[in-house]
Design a protein around this ligand. Structure first.
Ligand code: NAD
Length: 266
């Protein structure tokens, strides 16, 4: 059986290193490339704390595509670099599994058009943890019965973007499942921003603290009752079954898929 050739972009980062290990552990996948802005020229195996793998870290994605000829690029880089990396992958004919957050709706439109033009395959998933996908799905169901909702997302203090991609996607799913209720009274903010950001009438709150990984609460309020749906990623391993599934499924699915839920639940 031919293994799927995978290149990891952002390979030396917290998520990238987990992806490297997950790819190495799966018999259907073959790690061929590692790209990052740091640790150039070193062997990625040494960075992730396993044996020498013969896969050298490159800081040049164009060059790495040429030399390693991957079928799939997995990107966990930075909000500032993900669009450039993804455009390049699509134009080169490399399929993409994109975990990096910070991709705006306008960016998604651009990627969708590019994927169609190049007959590409692209999965953009703000959250690869199955528990988080279930949390979002349950929230969409609950929103039909509880019109008032606020979202609190909690992440480690080195996360570069806020709110999280998961919080945005949750708000989008709730807004798709019920109309904009224009809920609650904002009142006077004695400290600017204290009621959080707002998306279609839903308030979002972002907490950043060391010790956290990725967590979210969706709190619904109704007459005399509340309902809280919470998900916690305790380690970055929680994302890996979703990433591996994404790599395998993106091989078969043309076009742009936004959200792993589109693969898991359809
Ligand atoms: P990190 O800062 O630990 O790692 C990012 C890596 O990207 C670094 O090693 C950096 O040197 C590298 N990098 C910078 N510019 C680059 C470029 N142009 N090309 C390639 N690599 C480049 O960050 P992290 O915690 O690993 O998170 C990475 C991204 O993944 C963030 O956007 C984060 O929000 C997202 N994330 C997504 C999920 C999900 O399930 N979709 C889960 C966790 C994190």
């Amino acid at each position: 059986m031919e293994r799927i050739k995978v290149l990891v972009s952002g390979a030396c980062g917290r998520m990238g290193q987990e992806v490297i290990k997950a790819v190495l552990q799966d018999p259907e996948l073959q790690l061929v490339g590692a790209v990052d802005r740091v640790q150039q020229g070193k062997d990625i195996g040494e960075i992730v704390g396993i044996d020498h793998l013969g896969v050298t870290i490159s800081d040049n994605l164009t060059e790495a595509f040429k030399v390693t000829t991957p079928q799939v690029m997995v990107d966990f880089s930075t909000p500032a670099s993900v669009m450039e990396n993804t455009r390049l992958a699509i134009k080169t004919g490399v399929y993409g599994v994109i975990g990096t957050t910070g991709i705006s709706p306008e960016d998604l439109d651009e990627l969708r058009a590019l994927v169609i033009a190049h007959q590409g395959h692209l999965l953009v998933a703000p959250n690869f943890a199955i528990g988080a996908l279930l949390m979002m799905r349950f929230a969409a169901v609950a929103s039909k019965y509880f019109p008032s909702v606020e979202i609190i997302e909690l992440h480690h203090d080195r996360k570069l973007d806020a709110p999280s991609g998961t919080a945005i996607k949750t708000a989008e799913m709730i807004l798709d499942s019920r109309k904009n209720e224009g809920q609650g009274v904002i009142g006077e903010e004695k400290i600017k921003g204290v009621r959080g950001g707002e998306m279609g009438g839903i308030h979002l709150h972002s907490i950043r603290l060391p010790g956290l990984i990725a967590h979210q609460e969706v709190i619904f309020g109704g007459e005399g009752q509340t309902l809280t749906i919470r998900h916690d990623s305790m380690s970055r391993e929680s994302f890996m079954p979703g990433v591996v599934l994404g790599i395998k499924r993106v091989m078969e699915l043309p076009g742009l898929i936004y959200g792993l839920d589109q693969i898991l639940f359809n």
